[in-house]
Design a protein around this ligand. Structure first.
Ligand code: CA
Ligand code: ZN
Length: 250
């Protein structure tokens, strides 16, 4: 045909080609593992704060934020910029190694969908780093339970801390979580130091891990509050990423 065919490459060039094909086959074989990978928070559907009208978005009632239409006392108390739209379909999506979006959603209005949740990605980062710290220290953590993540102003007024501090609860800003280790999925704080008792020391260990995370990651500084158990729940700690260190005992 007049077009000269290129000469066959020498054999040694065909080996990398075979290797490439082998790697591709290997990757395809492991695709089911990658299919379980986390969904980035940014890939979830969002609505802007302005979608909230008269305290609600659709049938989901949120209420009014403390500084709505006012100047907040600090940028950390400004209205959340947006809400994740949580549907029956995305509710159980894994958003990090240990957490699903469901872990952070307000527990009120159980039958109303979609739900709307403010969630700061730095909170998720801090929780994952706390788990890493605990694991490195020899406290194996398979499940860090989130007793409470996001709370709308409406549900905060109903279920929040009635002692004043709760009025500006970080839970309304999507950067706070009340947590304890629940490896046995009992719904109650586990005896993570194996001293035969479940008490406040089992959560002080988590608080100390949170302190180390803050020392290593100043962008994750915030509140660490330690709470004893009562008849309704075991001991737990509150953590948030408000940008300033705050410490208290509940
Ligand atoms: Ca213990
Ligand atoms: Zn809290």
């Amino acid at each position: 045909m007049g077009i000269s065919t290129p000469t066959q490459p020498p054999d040694k060039n065909r080996i990398p080609m075979r290797r490439t094909i082998f790697i591709i086959i290997l990757l395809l074989a492991f695709t089911p593992i990658f299919a379980h990978a986390e969904t980035s928070l940014n890939d979830l559907p969002f609505v802007p704060f302005s979608a909230k009208i008269n305290g609600r978005i659709g049938n989901y009632f949120l209420g009014m934020w403390p500084f709505e239409k006012q100047t907040p006392i600090s940028p950390a108390y400004a209205d959340p910029a947006k809400f994740i739209e949580v549907t029956i379909k995305n509710f159980n999506l894994q958003i990090s190694k240990h957490f699903k979006i469901a872990d952070f959603v307000d527990k009120d209005q159980a039958n109303v969908w979609p739900k709307y949740t403010a969630l700061d990605t730095r909170l998720v980062d801090k929780l994952e780093l706390i788990i890493s710290e605990l694991n490195q220290e020899g406290f194996a953590v398979k499940h860090l339970a989130i007793m409470c993540g996001f709370r709308s102003p409406n549900s905060n007024a109903t279920f929040g801390d009635p002692r004043g501090r709760g009025k500006l609860s970080r839970h309304m800003f999507g950067d706070a979580a009340d947590i304890y280790v629940d490896n046995d999925l009992s719904g109650w704080t586990n005896d993570i130091n194996h001293d035969g008792r479940v008490d406040i020391e089992d959560v002080r260990i988590i608080a100390r891990a949170a302190e180390r995370v803050e020392a290593k990651h100043p962008n994750l500084i915030g509140g660490i509050g330690i709470y004893p158990g009562n008849g309704c729940h075991g001991p737990f700690i509150h953590v948030d990423v408000r940008g300033q260190a705050a410490r208290w005992n509940g």
